[in-house]
Design a protein around this ligand. Structure first.
Ligand code: ZN
Length: 307
């Protein structure tokens, strides 16, 4: 089942996507996460209601093409990210696969929507893309054994872990570089785990202006989904709505020869088998609808040149 948040004619609702239609559940639930947290039998009941509404309540059924999608989890408690987690991504950097996951964070304010703009900040010239499978935690837990890890998964979505490589170098760590506003496109929807019994066999790809830049499979993951959930939960409580960005495969822009960075007008699309396609347009901060706020920031802070 695909669970989304969407706008249609001034109304924002959680909805269930069935083929090319979306069924409005705004009278029943406030958020997509409210649906994702349900028990399996309750989810089956929601699915049954969605199917019957297509016939009985056409006013609650819209074409997917006519609605605007919000991120399915707009403000997660935490976004836990994994660096160097694909064999092909480690190889392109000439690095040995790590012996333990490399964990870092992205702030929730970076999240933006499917078909929304990725805004290039004025203080970076090296903004890069990273296609990633994103686990959405559906149930709170800690000290989770690997064998029980899937019980804590609500579903899966797509995240583009957009990254300012020059900020990474300046800071010698990732937080600021990965947390610029709009650097976490998320969506378009969450696919419940019953539809993806094994998240380690999914093709994953990214196109830039239609050209394939990343093409891999989650079978290249060094640390798989159950391991990551268990590993993270040894240190911190995982809460419903938390996100785990599981890492990106090879083909990112910074390691290409010559390097490729995002520029104004680019079209970036991430596709994961069984989930769908997350698409965004890139704009410079001057072109962006939020440029008025950002120009205040850029006039107060000097632009740091890259090394
Ligand atoms: Zn990443």
């Amino acid at each position: 089942m695909k669970i989304a948040m969407f706008h249609y004619r001034g109304r924002t609702s959680p909805g269930i996507v069935i083929d090319d239609r979306i069924v409005d559940f705004g009278d029943d639930f406030q958020t997509a996460l409210d649906i994702l947290k349900l028990e399996d039998w309750q989810l089956r009941e929601v699915w049954g209601r969605a199917e019957s509404r297509i016939i009985s309540a056409p006013e609650l059924v819209q074409s997917v093409a006519d609605v605007t999608f919000d991120a399915p989890v707009p403000r997660p408690g935490k976004i836990m990210c994994v660096g160097l987690n694909y064999l092909d991504h480690a190889a392109e950097q000439g690095k040995e696969p790590p012996s333990a996951p490399m964990i870092f964070a992205k702030y929730g304010t970076a999240i933006t929507n499917h078909l929304a703009e990725i805004v290039l900040p004025p203080n970076s010239a090296e903004v890069d893309y990273e296609a990633e499978l994103c686990v959405v935690i559906g149930r709170t837990g800690r000290l989770i054994p690997i064998g029980e890890a899937y019980d804590y998964v609500g579903g899966y979505t797509i995240i583009n872990d957009v990254s300012a490589r020059d900020m990474q170098r300046q800071d010698k760590q990732f937080t600021r570089a990965k947390s610029c506003d709009t650097f976490a496109p998320l969506g378009p929807w969450v696919v419940t785990k019953d539809e993806i019994p094994d998240p380690q066999i999914l093709s994953i790809s990214l196109t830039l202006n239609g050209e394939v830049m990343q093409s891999s499979n989650t079978n290249q993951l060094i640390f798989n989904v159950p391991f990551l959930i268990s590993y993270l939960s040894q240190s911190m409580t995982l809460e419903a709505g938390d996100l785990i960005a599981t890492g990106t495969p090879g083909g990112v822009g910074v390691f290409r020869n010559p390097p490729v960075f995002l520029k104004d007008g680019d079209d970036v699309a991430v596709t994961i088998e069984g989930i769908g396609t997350l698409r965004n347009r890139v704009v410079s901060s001057q072109q962006s609808a939020v440029s008025s706020q950002q120009s205040v920031v850029s006039s107060q802070w000097p632009v740091v040149s890259s090394q």
